[in-house]
Design a protein around this ligand. Structure first.
Ligand SMILES: Cc1cc2nc3c(=O)[nH]c(=O)nc-3n(C[C@H](O)[C@H](O)[C@H](O)COP(=O)(O)OP(=O)(O)OC[C@H]3O[C@@H](n4cnc5c(N)ncnc54)[C@H](O)[C@@H]3O)c2cc1C
Length: 501
C-alpha cells in the first residue's frame, strides 16, 4: 500500500522512482513530497477544495521515455495521468487515484512547418499562443482559439477537444487534427491519420484520430500532433449590439443565422460581466446594458463590410443600440474586454472566489433565450451571484459563480447551483460540457447524456486499456452521485461521496 492507497505489490514508490530513473534518458522523475503537492491541482473548483498529489511525477523529455514509463506502469497496474498546462477545469489532469502524473509540457518543440500543405507537426507541450505567433509571419493560423491561449498546450487542447471563440465558424480542435502519434496504455506507439501522410483529408479506415481527440488521456498519450492550418483571413469587422432584454440577445443570434451569415465569433456578456470588466479595467469602458453581443465577421474586405451591415440591420429591431467597426484598434480593444471577463468577474465581489463548476454548458441555439433566464432564476433562488458570458453562437455558455470559498454554506449552495445548471442543459436538449470536457467532475452525468452509448465507450476503453491504467475515474467513471462537499467539524471540507473506482 502507498500514501494514496494504490496496491503496487511488493514495490515502494521509492523503488518505482529508482526504476524509472534508470529507464528514462531525457526525462525527470520527481518524488519529493513538497514538489508533488503542486501537481494536486488544475483550474477546477473541485481540486481547489480537494487537492490530490500524485505519488510520482515524470516530466517527459521524449516519446521513447513516454513509452518506457507507460510500458512499466502497465506491467505493474500503476495509474498514469497525462498532464499539459493543467488549465483544465474538470480535475482531468489530476491523479485522483494516485499513481504517476506524466507531464508533457516540456515536450514543446515545433518540429516542422509544411507551408504548401498547410500543416504543422509539433510536440504536445507547445502552448497555443506560441504556435500562432510562430505561424503568423507565414500568414497561417491554427484556428481553435481558447480563452486560455497563453496557457493551454496543443496536447491538452486535442485531448479535451477544446473549442473557443471561433468554433462557431471553424469548429473545435478535432476539426484541425489530421493525425497523432499515440503511446497506447501498453506502451505501444501508433500513428493515426495514415502513416507518413500529408493529405488534408482521408476516408481510409476507422477515424482513430477522432477517437483519441477528446478522450482526455483515458486511451493513451499524444507525443506528436499533425495539425491542419488555414490562411489568416484578409479582413475582419465587429458588430456590437446592446440589449435591454436578455432574451432578445438570444433571439438576435438566431435571426443572424437566418440571414445566411456565419460569423467567425458571436460572444455574449451579461450585465454583470459588463460591470465587472468596467470595474476591473475602466479604460476599456464597455457600455452598460442587460446584455452585449459581439459578432465578428472575417473574409475579404468587401464581404466583411457587407456582412457587418446586414448583421446590424438584422439585430437593430431587438437591440437598444447597434454599431460596427472594421478599425483594427477598436476590434482589438473590444476583444481585450472579452478576454479579461473570466478574471474580471471576481471584481463584482471583492474577496470572493470564482468557482469553476457548472461552467461550460452548451444548449441548442433555439433554447438560448430561456436558458439565459433560467440561469438567472437559479442564481436568485440559491442567492449565488452568477455572471454569464460565452460563445453564444454555438450555444456554449459560461456561468461564472462568485462565492466566499471559506463559507461552507456558500460552497454547498454553489455545488447545488452547478448541478441544477447541468440538469438544465440536459433538459433543454444540450450537453453538460461544450468545450472543457468531462474529467472527474462531470463523469456522473455521462450515463444520462449518452444512454447505452456509454457502454460502447467503456467497451472501447476496456479493449485499449484492459488494466484501466490511463487516467482512471475520468470521463467514463461510474459514480451517479453529486460529489458534494460538507463541513466536517474541525477537519474542514471533505467529500461526502468518494471518487468512483
Ligand atoms: C481562463 C481559462 C479560459 C479557458 N477558456 C477555454 C476556452 O475558451 N475553450 C476551451 O475549450 N477551454 C478553455 N479553457 C479550459 C482549458 O484551458 C482547456 O481544456 C485546455 O485545452 C486544457 O489544456 P492543458 O494543456 O491545460 O491541459 P490539462 O488541463 O493539463 O489536461 C487536460 C486533459 O488533457 C489530457 N492531456 C494533456 N496532455 C495530453 C497528452 N499529451 N496526451 C493525452 N492526454 C493529454 C489530461 O490528462 C487531461 O485529461 C479555459 C481555461 C481557463 C483557465
Amino acid at each position: 500500500m502507498t500514501s494514496t492507497g494504490i496496491e503496487i505489490g511488493e514495490l515502494t514508490w521509492r523503488a518505482v522512482a529508482r526504476d524509472l530513473r534508470r529507464l528514462v534518458e531525457q526525462s525527470e522523475v520527481i518524488d519529493s513530497p513538497s514538489e508533488l503537492q503542486t501537481y494536486g491541482y488544475d483550474a477546477s473548483f473541485y481540486t481547489q477544495l480537494n487537492p490530490h498529489a500524485p505519488d510520482l511525477v515524470v516530466i517527459a523529455g521524449s516519446e521513447k521515455d513516454v513509452a518506457a514509463v507507460i510500458g512499466y506502469a502497465y506491467e505493474r497496474g500503476i495509474p498514469v495521468t497525462p498532464r499539459g498546462a493543467a488549465s483544465g477545469q474538470t480535475a482531468a489532469a489530476v491523479a485522483l487515484q494516485g499513481g504517476i502524473v506524466l507531464s508533457l509540457n516540456a515536450m514543446n518543440r515545433i518540429l516542422e512547418l509544411d507551408v504548401p500543405n498547410m500543416q504543422v507537426f509539433c510536440e504536445p507541450g507547445v502552448i497555443h499562443a506560441q504556435l500562432n505567433s510562430y505561424l503568423a509571419p507565414h500568414n497561417l493560423i491554427f484556428p481553435p482559439d481558447p480563452g486560455s491561449t497563453q496557457m493551454a498546450t496543443v496536447g491538452g487542447m486535442a485531448s479535451t477537444n477544446a473549442h473557443g471563440m471561433r468554433a462557431v465558424k471553424y469548429g473545435g480542435t478535432s476539426a484541425w487534427v489530421l493525425g497523432l502519434r499515440v503511446v497506447l496504455p501498453n506502451g505501444q506507439i501508433i500513428e493515426t491519420g495514415s502513416v507518413g501522410s500529408r493529405a488534408k483529408q482521408s476516408s481510409a479506415g476507422l477515424e482513430l484520430t477522432k477517437l483519441f481527440v477528446g478522450a482526455e488521456g483515458t486511451l493513451g498519450v499524444f507525443t506528436r500532433l499533425r495539425l491542419k492550418l488555414m490562411p489568416i483571413p484578409r479582413a475582419k469587422a465587429i458588430v456590437i449590439g446592446l440589449f435591454d432584454i436578455l432574451e432578445n440577445a438570444g433571439l438576435a443570434v438566431q435571426a443572424v443565422f437566418q440571414q445566411g451569415i456565419t460569423p467567425s465569433a458571436i460572444e455574449i456578456l451579461d450585465e454583470r460581466c459588463i460591470r465587472a470588466v468596467n470595474i476591473y479595467k475602466p479604460g476599456i469602458g464597455l457600455p452598460e446594458a442587460e446584455a452585449m453581443l459581439l459578432f465578428e465577421v472575417d473574409g475579404n474586405p468587401a464581404g466583411v463590410n457587407a456582412d457587418a451591415e446586414l448583421i446590424s440591420k438584422t439585430i437593430r429591431p431587438r437591440a437598444r443600440k447597434v454599431d460596427w467597426s472594421a478599425d483594427p484598434e477598436r476590434i482589438q480593444r473590444l476583444w481585450e474586454g472579452r478576454a479579461v471577463v473570466g478574471a474580471a468577474i471576481g471584481a463584482l465581489r471583492p474577496g470572493s472566489n470564482r468557482a469553476y463548476c457548472g461552467e461550460d454548458i452548451c444548449v441548442p441555439v433555439a433554447r438560448i433565450p430561456e436558458t439565459l433566464r433560467a440561469i438567472q432564476e437559479i442564481s436568485q433562488r440559491h442567492d449565488i451571484t452568477i455572471a454569464t458570458y460565452g460563445h453564444i453562437g454555438g450555444g456554449n455558455l459560461h456561468p461564472g459563480h462568485l462565492i466566499d470559498a471559506r463559507n461552507p454554506d456558500e460552497v454547498e449552495r454553489v455545488l447545488r447551483v452547478a448541478d441544477e445548471i447541468h440538469e438544465l442543459a440536459l433538459r433543454v436538449g444540450g450537453t453538460t460540457t461544450g468545450e472543457h470536457g468531462v474529467g472527474y467532475v462531470r463523469a456522473m452525468y455521462m450515463a444520462r447524456e449518452h444512454g447505452p452509448a456509454l457502454e460502447t465507450m467503456r467497451a472501447i476503453k476496456a479493449a485499449l486499456d484492459p488494466k484501466g491504467i490511463m487516467n482512471p475515474g475520468k470521463v467514463l467513471g461510474t459514480s451517479n452521485e453529486l460529489p458534494l462537499l460538507i463541513q466536517s467539524g474541525e477537519e474542514g471540507l471533505c467529500p461526502i461521496t468518494q471518487p468512483s473506482p
